[in-house]
Write a protein that binds this ligand. Structure first.
Ligand code: ZN
Ligand code: ZN
Length: 249
């Protein structure tokens, strides 16, 4: 599999750290994970056509992870000379269906016109969706926020989404090849709904993952060498994500 980070940041504008978006490619297809504002343009830059998306996963419904779903739905109806006819599979936390209904009410022209959207609302379980083997766990960021464990081609990558608790995430990430972990704040900046760099390192250590990729970085985290802070807790390889960061898993 190949991972490309489309957005390594948050809602706060920082050059090179756009709102959340990730794409995983395997031989036959791709899956998009989260779609913060601008994700579709960066997907295009990564060489993947929005027309080819079959499956989109959402960790939770905050705007920095979902706003470009609106763009995707509009483009599916309104691309000159093309209309989507293939079904689109969308999976997300509990509340995903109601969220979509509310988007259709808020934005003209985005309700599917010539295709079907299939929605799965996920809790804590295992799923085979669109040919991808997934496991999900709750992260404590919001009551329904999800982390995803994706297994394909003999390798495992775990996406924390936004997360607040170390232990459940460590359980989901057990033995993964790569943990893509939110790292909102620097060490010592503890909050009830996000992880610090030190906590991201703790998750990686407790889970025994091979590599840790830090993402969802607010400016305060970026200013304080988060890879070093996480690395103090975790002996494996630590990388710092940035828009466009690509790695094989
Ligand atoms: Zn976020
Ligand atoms: Zn959030």
């Amino acid at each position: 599999m190949q991972l490309t980070v489309l957005g390594a940041g948050t809602c706060v504008p920082v050059e090179g750290y756009s709102p959340a978006g990730y794409v995983l490619r395997r031989a036959e297809d791709v899956v998009l994970i989260d779609a913060g504002p601008g994700t579709l343009a960066r997907l295009e830059r990564a060489g993947i056509r929005y027309r080819d998306l079959k499956l989109v996963l959402f960790s939770h419904l905050h705007p920095d992870h979902t706003l470009d779903l609106v763009t995707l739905l509009q483009a599916n109806n309104a691309t000159p000379g093309w209309k989507r006819t293939e079904p689109l599979q969308v999976a997300g936390p509990r509340g995903m269906r109601r969220f979509l209904e509310r988007l259709y009410q808020a934005f003209e022209g985005i309700a599917p016109e010539a295709y079907e959207i299939r929605v799965d609302e996920l809790g804590e379980s295992q799923h085979d969706i669109g040919g991808w083997h997934l496991a999900t766990g709750l992260t404590g960021h919001t009551p329904n926020s999800l982390a995803y464990r994706v297994e394909a081609e003999g390798h495992t990558v775990v996406f924390s989404g936004d997360a607040a608790a170390v232990e459940p995430l460590a359980r989901l990430a057990r033995g993964a090849d790569l943990l893509v972990c939110e790292c909102s704040f620097p060490q010592g900046w503890a909050t009830s709904d996000h992880l610090t760099a030190g906590q991201a390192g703790e998750v990686a250590h407790a889970a025994g993952v091979k590599r840790l990729l830090l993402t969802h970085l607010y400016p305060a985290a970026l200013e304080q060498d988060p890879a070093r802070q996480a690395g103090a807790m975790f002996a494996g390889k630590v990388d710092l994500a940035r828009d466009g960061y690509t790695t094989d898993v």
